[in-house]
Write a protein that binds this ligand. Structure first.
Ligand code: PAF
Length: 281
């Protein structure tokens, strides 16, 4: 595995791989890789002749007062994990390399970015879409792997790729969970032992929503109330939202139908956790 820190170097390597007919798999990350990230990496390695993983804690997607400075980092462990899985290139640019001057061009996908996470974090998805657009422009034609745990992020990236005709095939991979159902997240390290015990309540709330739908419920408000009631059983959890929506638009447009996504967000102490799952009606 080669570690690359500059944009021209990565472009040069990947262009020459493509010239020899080798397709590129790309896994964009912010590092502190857990089993969820590593499953994306393993999938990319299995399905593509060449795999590149990027590690970049993107300042644009953190608002003032969020955890940019304290965001967990461990490049040595990340590098060992990627190299052990057969990654070819690890791209670790500095902030100066990515943003040599304050960025003036911002990519917004307002309809998909506005609800849910967009309410609590109004600037977050513009930061995500902008850095992902920039990474796609650096990496070039590729298959890009994202975790379904960040479902709204997947929707934003898919819409951006489609609207801007980017030569990228976006692949959403299943959420990887702890044995008790908690979705893997770099931010789980913020949970106290007591909060960690209650954190699987998000998975339980999704299960309750899925059960309601399996029993014939199509009223999103009823499914959402069912999900919320489960989160509210956890004394340390403060519910942010529980939503039952159409999977690609992220809104409900009448009775739930077709591909439906349930999404939940709650704060437990310092950690703000999100989770989601889908079903078809
Ligand atoms: O999901 C993440 O880790 C980030 O939002 C991403 C896609 C790497 C962009 O910074």
């Amino acid at each position: 595995m080669e570690t690359i820190t500059t944009i021209p170097d990565l472009r040069e390597r990947l262009d020459s791989e493509r010239r020899t007919g080798r397709g590129i798999g790309f896994v964009p990350t912010m590092g502190y890789l857990h089993a969820g990230h590593l499953s994306l990496v393993a999938t990319a390695v299995a399905h593509n002749p060449v795999t590149v993983v990027s590690i970049f804690v993107n300042p644009l997607q953190f608002a003032e007062g969020e955890d940019l400075d304290s965001y967990p980092r461990d490049l040595a462990a990340d590098s060992a994990g990627c190299s052990g899985l057969g990654v070819d290139y690890l791209f670790v640019p500095s902030v100066e390399e990515m943003y040599p001057s304050p960025i003036d061009t911002v990519v917004k996908v307002p309809s998909v970015a506005a609800p849910l996470e967009g309410v609590a974090r109004p600037h977050h998805f513009a930061g995500v879409a902008t850095v992902v657009a920039k990474l796609f422009s650096i990496v070039g034609q590729c298959r890009a792997y994202f975790g379904a745990k960040d479902w709204q992020q997947v929707c934003v990236v898919r819409r951006m790729v489609s609207d801007l005709s980017m030569p990228v095939d976006v692949v959403a991979c299943p959420t990887v969970r702890e044995p008790d159902g908690l979705a893997m997240s770099s931010r789980n390290v913020y949970l106290s032992p007591q909060e960690r015990v209650q954190a699987p309540v998000l998975r339980a709330s999704l299960d309750a929503g899925l059960d309601a739908i399996a029993n014939g419920e199509t009223d999103s408000a009823v499914v959402e109330a069912t999900m919320a009631a489960v989160v509210n059983t956890a004394s340390l959890a403060s519910l942010d939202y529980a939503a039952a929506v159409q999977a690609d638009s992220l809104v409900s447009d009448g009775p739930l139908h077709g591909e439906v996504r349930l999404l939940v967000a709650a704060r437990l102490g310092k950690a703000r956790l999100i989770d989601n799952d889908g079903t078809e009606i």
